[in-house]
Design a protein around this ligand. Sequence first.
Ligand SMILES: *[C@@H]1O[C@H](CO)[C@@H](O)[C@H](O)[C@H]1NC(C)=O
Ligand SMILES: *[C@@H]1O[C@H](CO)[C@@H](O)[C@H](O)[C@H]1NC(C)=O
Ligand SMILES: *[C@@H]1O[C@H](CO)[C@@H](O)[C@H](O)[C@H]1NC(C)=O
Length: 302
Amino acid sequence: MKLFTSVYLSLALATLASAQTKIVLTNDDGWAVAQIRAEYNALKAAGYNVILSAPASNKSGTGSSTATPTTLSDSCEFNTCSKGAPAVGADPSDARLNYVNAFPVDSARYGIQTLSPKFFNSLPDLVISGSNIGSNLGSTVLISGTVGAASEAALEGIPSIAFSGASGSQVSYTTLTSQSTASSTVSANIYTSLVLKFTAALLNNSGPILPDGISLNVNFASTSGKCNTASAFKFVLTRINSDSKAVDVSTCGTTKLPTESSAINRGCIATVSVFDASTKGDVNASTQAVVLNKLKSILTCL
Ligand SMILES: *[C@@H]1O[C@H](CO)[C@@H](O)[C@H](O)[C@H]1NC(C)=O
Ligand SMILES: *[C@@H]1O[C@H](CO)[C@@H](O)[C@H](O)[C@H]1NC(C)=O
Ligand SMILES: *[C@@H]1O[C@H](CO)[C@@H](O)[C@H](O)[C@H]1NC(C)=O
């Protein structure tokens, strides 16, 4: 109950900053998992103008694969649409909840190019991919559908963030209410709070939300032990790949950012890396500096 209250208190505060930012939400675990629906509900409650456009079924590990969406040859995950359903479709009770029977990249593209003009009368301001069920650290970004979708958005000129969390499971959104104390629900709520906190901080800046051609890879540590509340987490600027020759942005007394993999196990950590949406590799110090400056209200040192 305490967690529930604090989630909603932070939502109420975030409402002020969000002023109808237009967001496309996507993932690779599928449109009906608990994590993505918890985020959809919370973003909406916080006053964001949000559309969900995500795969009809689990597309974990499909990177930047792409295909034309096809008629369902099987039902959507958790039976949320029937076999033979159209290639794209919406929840009968909420037209903003959409599945795409293809890959995460295709879901992001459909959200940006087809749903946004319809619901927003414009392109979205931001694409949020994930939070993924499972970490996407280091070279894993290359096969991650979550990162693939965020990259697609950035390459289409839309600022984007890929979020992933170590805890949780790919369970139906119905468990958020039917099993409100299950560990999957608890972690979905904690990561949702962190997604909202991060998004509010990023948007609380003037000028472009992010530089062109880049995206952010954010990984949340496990919610076990003392990391069982959102407030226990601290955001740390990291790099994706180790590179002994790289000179990173100067922060925390060094020009060597920790790698995601080395930082994530050092407490209740949320790693934040800036990556090139084309190569999915690290960016230079001046691009890191732009992001560091935008996120300075929440970034701390290890
Ligand atoms: C989703 O797909 C991934 C990759 O194929 C697989 O490891 C995982 O077990 C799948 N999840 C479920 C719930 O089937
Ligand atoms: C937004 O930024 C201002 C000034 O930098 C700060 O005082 C305020 O607390 C920030 N609000 C949020 C929601 O981060
Ligand atoms: C850093 O990368 C950006 C984007 O690729 C580029 O425009 C800029 O010139 C680079 N800066 C330096 C100092 O290399």
